[in-house]
Design a protein around this ligand. Structure first.
Ligand code: ATP
Ligand code: MG
Length: 661
């Protein structure tokens, strides 16, 4: 948006129904305002109250926040706890032993229910197996597994013995895996023979072997292999061990390791959409608190809910909203091995119907691709399924374009389910800015207001507050319990990335731009800071142009916009577009590009017309499905990229983007 133009309040706001408000944990705007006021009056007392309510402590904490070594903040440091105890034993002690914890659906549709008691037993055996190999508190364990009960068990088992897990997404290459193993100095790698996705068997163990052979992973003593497919895999004795052999001789109980609240629970590498991935280090106490709290308030989770977060455990969303948050609340959740398009693009909708899912949480990239599929394949359309069990929908990972939001709301939510558009990051541990279903009016494209206790705001380059209605830089002005504690092994990078001197090290810098609505104060994320364009002195967020392109629903399935240097206008706008139809070339492509320029001129203004438009069958994406803008920037400039593409899912796409119209 142009900073000089008067702000516009988004016209379409959806208010929650009376019933939603009445039944919600945070019931009504006044309830939200009271929590915000409580946190503002005494930030530490607010978080301490919740930490006592949501966590069972072995030793209660006496100190809340320690800022002496800022920005290396500590929360609840002298309190001790165990994350796995809080997620498992505690629920069983409360009588939930026979309740289903996980509903696992395999790629081929086979369904397994795992109760809290069964889950605890599996976690204990696995924890004992790790201990039997000498794994100790503070040791790192890399988990390279696909979506599975065993994957969740592996994470919980590490937590039980105080080992620090680092999950690496099962789609990563041997090189990316090697880099992460080497960076963490892991002593054990947990993997499976193979993984099954979309009917195909894909290697896991063989990739681990390749990664270890690349060198630099001498810290690894053992590789533990779970059987998934029974496919033949290379095996190196005595380093490699079958998990089943180890588990067979383990006791079914395991005393938890009680750790300080500040003990690292896990390391997780960011998705790399802006640069080399960073090993984000999270704490045990503060992290678990926010995981449980946000599950309860943002998703309004109740004991009878069936929650389904479609993220992979390789991403932070799969940590907070699969492995920890729902279990800490004693919830029932779906874990899905496969992909949304197999056997057809109706898979998600069928699973919602079959498992009576009530709260569904997915990413805009999935929604956009399923819209495209539903329009081209009538049998995959959600109208063929009974989605009436749903009550709340969520979105995460990227800004959700208003057009995709409306489709999600109408076709999946039947016009009745609130959508929580949750803004957060690997580094923040859990939701930062998000609607609460019973408290906020929803505006498509806006993530609404900060979670109570999160001091998010928008400032200018000097760190001064900007008035509502003007775009700026998103910051968090106070530390919060679930925040990143360090970049593993690189404290300087932690400081320079998140507490830069630009703001005298006072504020946490998210790296995203935002604008607050002039009237409601609602936040809209405008894209990464690097993605704010300056065209002839007009500052525009790339997100706004992307959303305008995607709102041309007749032609456009997906779009990304970046800037490139331009002699006359300073920066020029380059749009990368995936059409709903086939990939155009020559005069056809030029004609469509012309049509899209006129569309943008009408939707935003002639100043926002892209100078270059490039078409492809897909956009270059990270393995977590995010558009890789740094690559697009170098394509826009016409550079041959020398960038780190280890996290790129579909390298072949770069070829198609060569031609600008
Ligand atoms: P890297 O930090 O390595 O560049 P990344 O930032 O993509 O990778 P993540 O931590 O997975 O890694 O993603 C967080 C980012 O995703 C946010 O900073 C923001 O840009 C974007 N994001 C997540 N959720 C939302 C949302 N609801 N609305 C807008 N943007 C979102
Ligand atoms: Mg990031």
């Amino acid at each position: 948006m142009d900073l000089a133009t008067p702000p516009v309040t988004s016209p379409s706001a959806y208010s929650p129904s009376k019933e939603t408000v009445r039944n919600a944990h945070i019931s009504g705007r006044a309830a939200y305002d009271r929590l915000v006021a409580e946190a503002e009056a005494d930030h530490e007392a607010y978080w301490a109250r919740l930490a006592r309510e949501f966590i069972t402590w072995k030793t209660p904490f006496t100190k809340v926040l320690d800022e002496r070594n800022a920005p290396f903040f500590k929360w609840f440091e002298d309190g001790t706890l165990n994350a796995s105890y809080n997620c498992l034993d505690r629920n069983i002690e409360r009588g939930l032993g026979q309740k289903t914890a996980l509903i696992f659906e395999a790629d081929d549709g086979a369904v397994t229910h795992v109760t809290y008691e069964e889950l605890l037993e599996r976690v204990c055996r696995t924890a004992n197996a790790l201990r039997s190999l000498g794994v100790q508190k503070g040791d790192r364990v890399v988990i390279y597994m696909s979506m599975s009960v065993d994957g969740v068990v592996a994470m919980q088992a590490c937590a039980r013995i105080g080992a620090i897990h680092s999950v690496v997404f099962g789609g990563f290459s041997s090189q990316a895996l090697r880099d992460r193993i080497a960076d963490t100095g892991a002593v054990v790698v947990l993997t499976a023979d193979q993984q099954v996705r979309g009917g195909k068997h894909l290697p896991l163990k063989a990739v681990v072997d390749d990664a270890l052979a690349l060198g630099g992973c001498e810290s690894v003593r053992n590789v533990l292999v779970t059987r998934r497919t029974g496919g033949a895999v290379p095996f190196t004795a005595p380093r490699d061990l079958w998990m089943a052999d180890l588990l067979a001789v383990q006791p079914t109980t395991c005393e938890p390791e009680w750790v300080s609240a500040e003990h690292p629970l896990f390391l997780l590498y960011t998705s790399g959409s802006t640069g080399k991935p960073k090993g984000v280090q999270h704490s045990t106490g503060g992290y678990l608190l926010h995981a449980a709290l946000t599950c309860k308030w943002t998703f309004d989770l109740k004991p009878e809910d069936v929650f389904w977060c479609t993220a992979d455990i390789g991403w932070v969303t799969g940590h907070t909203y699969i492995a920890y948050g729902p279990l800490a609340l004693g919830a029932t959740e779906v874990v899905f091995e496969g992909v949304p398009t197999y056997p057809d693009a109706g898979r998600f909708w069928k699973m919602i119907q079959d498992h009576l899912v009530t709260v569904f949480y997915t990413a805009p990239t999935a929604i956009r691709s399923l819209i495209k599929a539903a329009e081209s394949t009538p049998t995959a359309h959600p109208r063929n399924y009974d989605l009436s069990s749903l009550r709340i929908l969520g979105s995460v990972g990227e800004p959700i374009n208003p057009a995709a939001w409306e489709w999600y709301h109408q076709h999946i939510g039947g016009g009745r389910c609130p959508i929580v558009d949750t803004f957060w990051q690997t580094e923040t541990g859990g939701h930062m800015i998000t609607p609460l279903p019973g408290a906020h009016d929803l505006v498509p494209g806006s993530c609404s207001l900060p979670f109570p206790g999160i001091a998010a705001d928008v400032v200018d380059e000097a760190g001064n507050p900007v008035p509502w209605g003007q775009g700026g830089i998103l910051v968090v002005k106070k530390p919060w319990p679930a925040m990143i504690r360090n970049v593993w092994g690189d404290p300087e990078r932690y400081k320079s990335s998140y507490y830069p001197q630009d703001f005298q090290g006072r504020y946490y810098l998210a790296g995203d731009g935002a604008i607050r609505d002039a009237v409601t104060g609602n936040f809209t994320i405008t894209g990464r800071i690097d993605d704010v364009l300056n065209v002839s002195g007009h500052r525009m967020g790339t997100m706004e142009i992307e959303s305008a392109l995607v709102s041309c629903t007749r032609l456009v399935a997906e779009a990304a916009v970046v800037g490139r240097p331009d002699d006359t206008t300073g920066e020029a706008i380059c749009a990368f577009v995936v059409l709903k139809g086939t990939l155009p070339a020559g005069p056809d492509a030029a004609a469509i590009a012309g049509e899209l320029r006129s569309w943008i001129a009408r939707e935003i203004g002639p100043i926002a017309k892209p100078k270059d438009i490039r078409f492809a069958e897909n956009l270059p994406k990270t393995r977590s499905g995010k558009i890789m803008r740094r690559l697009l920037r170098s394509v826009a400039k016409g550079e041959t990229s020398t960038q780190d593409t280890s996290t790129l899912e579909n390298p072949a796409i770069l070829e198609q983007l060569g031609q600008a119209y």
